[in-house]
Design a binder for this molecule. Structure first.
Ligand code: GRF
Length: 194
């Protein structure tokens, strides 16, 4: 893991594929006075990801990666990360699965946010599955990324109550609100526990 030395801020790349509300939120935190990190790069697997607008607004370098061939895609990403001296990767709604080989290259330096209380409800469509199973609580988790999907060591979690009349849209909105509190907190924890 990179060390925090003096006032040097760590360079972060955020990986997105969609709306990018977590990306935007992390940018806002990075701009706070005592922030220990800078977001200097966004990688998107989709050229039309809405979140890319924040790159423009906040003048952050963006790189759109074509995933026609996964080996080329990851080689391209690694090259860009090294060129930009990236210390830590934050996945935020990135809809591609990183290969073991890629993860090995950034071991212990990739974190992700997932909209459930892991280890429950790994993978996609979490909110609907939570509702269908009549769970009383759901939530969100920030965790390290390892070679198994949504299975790495948990950094922080936040519970969110599921209501009787919940829909996946209502629940996802409430969970997302908590994600925006949890991700910066977890990031701080990762950076300060070095
Ligand atoms: C979030 O719910 C996150 O937990 C999941 O994908 C969603 C991304 O939302 N991995 P956004 O693009 O950050 O708004």
């Amino acid at each position: 893991m990179p060390k925090l030395i003096g006032d040097k801020k760590l360079n972060i790349a955020v990986f997105i594929s969609g709306t990018g509300s977590n990306f935007k939120n992390l940018i806002k935190h990075s701009l706070k006075k005592n922030s220990k990190f800078k977001i200097i790069l966004v990688i998107s697997s989709k050229s039309n990801a809405l979140g890319l607008n924040y790159a423009k607004r906040y003048k952050i370098k963006k790189k759109i990666i074509s995933y026609l061939n996964i080996r080329d895609a990851e080689r391209n990403i690694l090259f860009t990360l090294n060129k930009n001296k990236i210390d830590l990767i934050c996945l935020a709604g990135f809809m591609k699965i990183l290969t073991n080989n890629f993860i090995k290259n950034f071991k212990g330096k990739i974190i992700n946010i997932h909209p459930s209380l892991l280890p429950k409800y790994r993978g996609l469509n979490t909110h609907q599955r939570v509702i269908d199973n009549k769970e009383k609580f759901s939530g969100c988790t920030v965790h390290y990324v390892n070679s198994r999907l949504d299975s790495g060591k948990i950094i922080l979690q936040k519970k969110v109550k599921v209501f009787k009349n919940d829909t996946k849209i209502k629940l996802s909105k409430r969970v997302l609100k908590q994600e925006h509190i949890l991700y910066p907190k977890a990031l701080k924890k990762v950076l300060f526990n070095l």
